[in-house]
Design a protein around this ligand. Structure first.
Ligand code: PLP
Length: 402
């Protein structure tokens, strides 16, 4: 179906932070498949685990015990300080599970129309419930009627959340991204997550953090909430968890971990031996390579160099980031930059119309990061110049082009 406006390039091979297209041209990947391939492409340990597991057992179904799934649950829960896990096949499914968990929790406490507080500019997925939860009219438009039961507040605004709580006794949970991804890399004020934790504790709500993009070492900690020492009641993961095999997870803690009972929720593919084996290997490699620390260090370097190279360029409004989740915000829509970067052998992303988003693999070297900065700066300059020349041409009288 005609759903993705794909760029005119096809990749056939990858290695580390590099990809090769059908013509043999080489590209430096500063997007990592949208924060998926944290370990880069064709990582030998991942390839070996995949091949070995594929030769043993792919799938049995959750009618039987799956030791690799139990191991993965144990490992990931230990890292996130959570109690149990439901595995699924995507981020949207992980959030779908979280939303169902929150509603069931409400019903178990006698609330017939449980509500969930969500934020403007958020992205939680493309299923009906998750697009309804998302704060983005574009992805909702045409799919009404939306799923009900969401209260929307501005991002980074604790008072707005308190106010919703004052006026609505059916609220059961808050669902928030620690840093927005698709919404344009908004980094909330220090203390936002702690404030959320406090409000949820006071009111008996579940704090549900969507760490699908921010999790798995991306921001310089295993999970972004750890920057504020906050532990949520529910955490959702996907993207970097499988380095490219489809896996998501909904983790729960304390009372939230007791909500689902056999039959409450499920999925055929969920947590099969193949994906769990790969996710276990991903965790092994993230640990071995100390890649959370690496993401923090390389992220700081990239941020400083981006500011140096682009801070004074006309049209650049802001440069921000945490770990390897970085943004260069322009004062105008800049989708054309994707092609300009591609021409320079660089893969980037533009989100929220005017935000250049960088999500490089965590294994990227300093030298590679310097190439990212150099080529991105060149592309941005070309883009801004193009725009100014274009504007001048439009302004000049007919035939008046000097
Ligand atoms: C990507 C993303 C999702 C959706 O994940 P899918 O695997 O595309 O369904 C949800 N929340 C956040 C924060 C994301 O970045």
């Amino acid at each position: 179906m005609n759903l993705f406006a794909a760029l005119p390039v096809a990749f056939v091979r990858g290695e580390g932070a590099w990809l090769w297209d059908t013509q043999g041209k080489k590209y430096l990947d500063a997007l990592a498949g949208i924060a998926v391939c944290g370990l880069g492409h064709a990582h030998p340990a991942i390839t070996a685990a995949l091949c070995d597991q594929a030769g043993k057992l792919l799938h049995t179904s959750n009618w039987y015990q799956i030791p690799l799934q139990e191991q993965l649950a144990e490992r990931i829960c230990k890292l996130a300080d959570m109690d149990n896990a439901f595995f699924c096949n995507s981020g949207a499914e992980a959030n779908e599970a979280a939303i169902k968990l929150a509603r069931l929790h409400g019903h178990q406490r006698g609330i017939l129309t449980p509500g969930i507080i969500v934020t403007e500019g958020s992205f939680h997925g493309r299923t009906l419930a998750t697009l309804s939860a998302s704060g983005n009219r574009k992805i909702q438009s045409g799919f009404e009627p939306l799923v009900q039961g969401f209260y929307r507040v501005p991002y980074n605004d604790l008072d707005a959340i308190r106010q919703v709580g004052e006026h609505n006794k059916d609220v059961v949970a808050v669902l928030v991204e620690p840093i927005t991804g698709e919404g344009g890399i908004s980094i909330p004020d220090a203390g936002y997550l702690k404030g959320l934790r406090q409000i949820c504790d006071e009111r008996g709500w579940l704090l549900m953090l969507d760490e699908i993009q921010t999790g798995m070492c991306r921001t310089g900690k295993w999970f972004a909430c750890q920057h504020e020492d906050v532990v949520p009641d529910v955490m959702t993961l996907a993207k970097g968890l499988g380095n490219g095999v489809p896996i998501g997870a909904c983790l729960a803690r304390g009372k939230a971990a007791q909500v689902f009972k056999p039959g409450s929720h499920g999925s055929t593919f969920s947590g099969n031996p193949l994906v769990c084996r790969v996710a276990l290997t991903v965790i092994d490699e993230l640990e071995k390579g100390k890649l959370a620390q690496r993401a923090a260090k390389l992220g700081a370097r990239l941020l400083a160099k981006l500011k140096e190279a682009l801070g004074q360029v006309a049209g650049v409004k802001d440069i921000r980031g945490r770990g390897l989740m970085l943004a260069v915000e322009l004062d105008r829509p800049c989708k054309e930059l994707l092609q300009l970067a591609l021409d320079r052998g660089l893969l980037i992303n533009v989100t929220a119309e005017n935000v250049i988003r960088l999500l490089p693999p965590l294994i990227m070297t300093d030298d590679e990061a310097d190439i990212v900065v150099r080529e991105l700066a060149s592309a941005v300059r070309a883009f801004v110049e193009q725009a100014t020349t274009g504007a001048k041409e439009q302004l000049s009288p007919v035939g008046g082009r000097a």
